[in-house]
Design a protein around this ligand. Structure first.
Ligand code: TMP
Length: 210
């Protein structure tokens, strides 16, 4: 049986460069002979489709309903026998996941009580905890400038909300700092510079290979 893969999660406010950096890391790890799967939340499942409709403002829903849906999507994302992260990890793949439960703490915990969101996500946290969480840190103003260049804005994409969400991330990191492996990497320089720092952080998981 192959050794279980690692779970590396990317977190950050909107426009922080997670998706680009995750793709760069996937290419790098594949080149090192590591078997890599990339995934994201909200997922491609029916739960994820509903959430994307909420994010793009096609559907308006109560923040509590949204928080609960994210938690449901996440449990399916862990447990689904075909598309689930546990299945991928158990098959020996290293999984790179764009957003996980800290997104819920920061985004949804900004608008409904954080304690409730933590409780809602307890099953996910008990089922699957990341080996490493990479938080790409960018001032909210810079993130919004990048998002603005993309065109249409989503549910949480305004300066006031992004500022609150960034604060919530740090509040949650502080709270779980003894239980989770979190690295904060500043993302306002070049993508190459950010990627170099990410590779350094990740190398520890693979016996220091760089
Ligand atoms: P993105 O991954 O393309 O940045 O967009 C996903 C959006 O969904 C983003 O606004 C953050 C939001 N979100 C939550 O509010 N809670 C969650 O648990 C997750 C995974 C995402």
């Amino acid at each position: 049986m192959s050794e279980r893969g690692k779970l590396i999660v990317f977190e950050g406010t909107d426009g922080s460069g997670k998706t680009t950096q995750m793709r760069l890391l996937a290419g790098y790890l594949s080149g090192m002979g590591v078997s890599v799967c990339m995934t994201h939340e909200p997922t491609e499942s029916p739960f994820g489709a509903l959430l994307r409709a909420c994010m793009s403002k096609k559907i308006d829903a109560d923040e509590r309903a949204i928080a609960a849906l994210f938690a449901a999507d996440r449990i399916d994302h862990i447990q689904n026998p075909e598309t689930g992260m546990l299945a991928m990890l158990n098959a020996g793949a290293t999984v790179l996941c764009d957003r996980y439960y800290f997104s819920s703490y920061a985004y949804n915990g900004g608008f409904v009580p954080l304690e409730w969101v933590i409780e809602l996500n307890r099953p996910a946290r008990e089922l699957l905890r990341p080996d490493l969480i990479i938080y790409l840190d960018l001032p909210a103003e810079e993130g919004m400038a990048r998002v603005g260049r993309r065109g249409a804005t989503e549910r949480y994409e305004n300066l006031e909300r992004q500022t609150l969400i960034r604060e919530k991330y740090f509040e949650a990191f502080e709270r779980f700092r003894d239980e989770e492996n979190i690295v904060v990497i500043r993302s306002e320089r070049t993508p190459e510079d950010t990627q170099k720092k990410i590779r350094r952080a990740v190398s520890g998981l693979f016996g220091g290979v760089q």
